[in-house]
Ligand binder design. Structure first.
Ligand code: FE2
Length: 299
C-alpha cells in the first residue's frame, strides 16, 4: 500500500542519535520507499521539469575508481530525463537537486522529515538554518561516486536497489584539509586523497530499500551501486553556526600561512567569533586577507 508523505518516518536508536549526531555516521530505517513520489514514472516526469535548469541537476558517468578526483569524471551534457531512459545502457549517475523547487509534494516531504530531525536534536530548534534542501540520486547498476566530503549535515535514504556507502567520521579529515576547502567560502564538494585515510576508520553501510544513514558534516565518503538501478533520497542542511565554523577555518588557513598554529574551531568561542566575523567580510572580497588577519592580530 502506498504511504502518504505525512506518514513518512525515519526510525533510529535515540541513544545512537544522541551520541553520534553530526559527529559520527549511524544507520536508521525508514518507510520512504513506499511513497508514490519515488515511483520511476513520477521521477521521470519530475526529471522532465528540470530541462533547461542546468544548475539544478547533474548527469555524470561512473568514476573508474573510488579514489578518482570528483571533477575528473566528466559531466555529461544530457538532460536528466534522457539519461533516465538509458540507465541500462551505460553507467549513469543522475542527480536531481532541490526537487522541492519543482514539486510541492517534495517540499512537504522535506519539511515533514526535517521536523523529525529537529525533534530528535533539540539544539537545532534554537539554531538558524541557513540552507535546507533535498536531492534525488538515480544511478545505473555498478556506478561509483568517487571520494569527497560535503559541507552539510546529511540524512540519506535508500529507496530502491542496493548501494554500498563507505563513510569516514569527520575526524578522518585534518584541520589543514578542512581549512583548504573552507578558505573558498562556497558550497561545493571537498576533494580529498582517499589513500591518505586510515581504512580502520571506514564504516560501510550496505543500503537497500528501507535503510538509510546519517552523515555528519565533513564526513568523507564514496559510494557504489549494486547489481541493479538505484534510487536514493537525501536532505542536507547547514546552520549559521556551521557556516561560522567554516569561516573560522578559512581564517585559520591564512593564519597558518603567516606561521601561526591556530586552534581549531570549538576551543576558544570568542576567538572563533572574531575569526568568523573577519572572514565574513574578507571572503567575498577575496583580497587583503593577509592585511586583515595581521590587523586583527595587531601586527
Ligand atoms: Fe557527497
Amino acid at each position: 500500500m502506498e504511504t502518504s508523505h505525512a506518514a513518512a518516518e525515519m526510525v533510529w536508536a535515540p541513544e545512537a542519535f544522541a551520541a553520534k549526531f553530526d559527529r559520527e555516521p549511524f544507520g536508521f530505517e525508514h518507510n520512504l520507499s513506499g511513497l508514490g513520489l519515488f515511483g520511476f514514472d513520477n521521477l521521470t516526469a519530475l526529471a522532465r521539469q528540470y530541462a533547461g535548469f542546468d544548475q539544478d541537476y547533474f548527469v555524470a558517468g561512473s568514476a573508474p575508481t573510488p579514489g578518482t578526483e570528483f571533477y575528473a569524471v566528466p559531466r555529461l551534457y544530457q538532460q536528466p530525463h534522457e539519461a533516465l531512459e538509458h540507465l541500462d545502457d551505460a553507467a549513469y549517475r543522475v542527480l536531481l537537486k532541490r526537487p522541492e523547487k519543482f514539486a510541492p509534494d517534495f517540499a512537504d516531504l522535506l519539511r515533514h522529515l526535517f521536523a523529525q530531525v529537529v525533534a530528535a536534536a533539540g539544539q537545532l530548534a534554537k539554531e538558524e538554518i541557513v540552507r535546507l534542501e533535498s536531492a534525488i540520486f538515480i544511478s545505473s547498476a555498478a556506478a561509483t561516486t568517487p571520494f569527497h566530503f560535503d559541507p552539510e549535515v546529511n540524512f540519506f535514504s535508500q529507496i530502491e536497489g542496493e548501494k554500498t556507502y563507505h563513510v569516514y567520521p569527520p575526524a578522518a579529515v585534518t584541520e589543514t584539509e578542512l581549512e583548504r576547502f573552507y578558505k573558498r567560502g562556497i558550497v561545493n564538494i571537498g576533494q580529498l586523497d582517499l589513500s591518505k585515510r586510515q581504512i580502520s576508520q571506514e564504516c560501510v553501510f550496505n543500503l537497500e530499500a528501507g535503510r538509510g544513514l546519517h552523515q555528519p558534516q565533513n564526513s568523507p565518503h564514496w559510494v557504489e551501486t549494486g547489481r541493479s538501478r538505484s534510487i536514493s533520497y537525501s536532505f542536507v542542511f547547514e546552520t549559521a553556526s556551521s557556516r561560522a565554523r567554516g569561516r573560522a577555518r578559512s581564517c585559520n588557513h591564512y593564519l597558518r600561512k603567516l606561521g601561526f598554529h591556530p586552534a581549531p574551531p570549538g576551543i576558544h568561542p570568542a576567538i572563533d567569533a572574531l575569526k568568523s566575523g573577519t572572514m565574513q567580510f574578507v571572503i567575498p572580497a577575496r583580497q587583503g586577507v593577509a592585511r586583515s588577519v595581521r590587523g586583527m592580530l595587531g601586527r
